[in-house]
Design a protein around this ligand. Sequence first.
Ligand code: AMP
Ligand code: ZN
Length: 314
Amino acid sequence: MTITEAPVTATPLDRARAALRARLLADRVLIDLGSPGLYGRTGVFERVYTAVDTAAVRSMADLDSEVLRFPPVEPLAAFERTDYIASFPDLAASISGFTGGDRKHRELLAARERGERWESFLEPADLMLAPAVCHPVYGLVGDTVQQAGRSFDIVGDSFRREPSLDPMRLQAFHMHEFVHIGTPTSAKAHRDEHIPVMRSLLEGFGLDIDVVPANDPFFGRVGKILARNQVEQALKYEFVTPVYGDAGEATAISSANLHEDHFGLSFGLRTEDGEVAHSACLAFGLERITIALFAAHGTDPAAWPAAVRRALTL
Ligand code: AMP
Ligand code: ZN
């Protein structure tokens, strides 16, 4: 029996999402932490997640990337330069801290005693939760990037404020990004040459994959125009898989994104020939790939098709 949390008026997609979520919780793949899109992870999840990440890294071995790791928070100044708040204010989240004295603390405690929210007693701390793991790198490469470009391997925590009961839509998740900063030609080649590599990796996991122009959720009225431009210019592609079959659109589990001169301009990056640097990112959504595997093959990896287990060296 599946436990459905969706009300009877729910659409087939709501029901499909609720059923997958209920199954992942009942079979102890994920643990509900009591806030939508926030989960604890068990051993079976970690085993598959680690295998996915290892296979993803192996697929990018030709890049000879420089490995970088960053904390899950980024300085406000770096966040500013990415322009993220202009496009996705609803997904952004900031850190606050208590900076008051005894008096303000007493007020906070009194509000808490009355059962009121007390977070308004905290002050913005000039730190943002990182919505994408590549953000800090653009501020670190110096003004001039060698003509051949540089590639980076970056994995870490991402936070996006999009609470949802869809187990594919988390608030806290990880992406493994392979970033290139170089010339217009080398950045475009980075994206284009690895699209087939990513596709065959994900298909090797026994997933149905389509590669489609991305349709990011840009905010507001201006966002609608930005979203249309994004599709028309086809700078970013997503690797989507039909986790919920015919009940809803396929979900993006990875992406390949050419930023052109976006970060080069805002971070003042040039290549040795004096031209503005271009950049591109290949991003594996690690939880999404892992959950897509559980959705496609069931919650017991021992029972997965032999070819899938081989591809993941499980
Ligand atoms: P993006 O920068 O939006 O292309 O994100 C890179 C990858 O991260 C996507 O292809 C997804 O696989 C994954 N991702 C994005 N948002 C979420 C989310 N809310 N929950 C889980 N994974 C996500
Ligand atoms: Zn990136």
